[in-house]
Design a protein around this ligand. Structure first.
Ligand SMILES: [Zn+2]
Length: 88
């Protein structure tokens, strides 16, 4: 097998706004009903935003409304709690 050297995919975290390797981030997706979920398998369809797997960045995204801007859905305290649970 002749493996090709691939570039590491990089994505920006909506919390700290730093570029990170895609695999170290988790994707938050908005489903058809406008609900936010963690796409832990990386296979969910829909609009998504990447964030570090920590509650610190999630908290920052909550404060800066970065997710709201990226996905058009407000990240409420309740959703934040659910996502923080999923991220653990
Ligand atoms: Zn981050």
């Amino acid at each position: 097998m002749n493996e090709k050297i691939k570039k590491t995919p990089m994505r920006m975290c909506v919390g700290c706004r730093q570029m990170h390797e895609k695999k170290t981030l988790v994707r938050i997706v908005r489903d058809a009903d406008g609900a936010l979920h963690m796409d832990l398998k990386g296979k969910a369809s829909g609009r998504g935003a990447y964030i570090c797997k920590n509650t610190e960045c999630l908290g920052r995204a909550l404060k800066t409304k970065a997710i709201e801007r990226a996905l058009g859905v407000a990240l409420t305290d309740e959703v934040f709690k659910n996502l923080a649970e999923e991220i653990k």
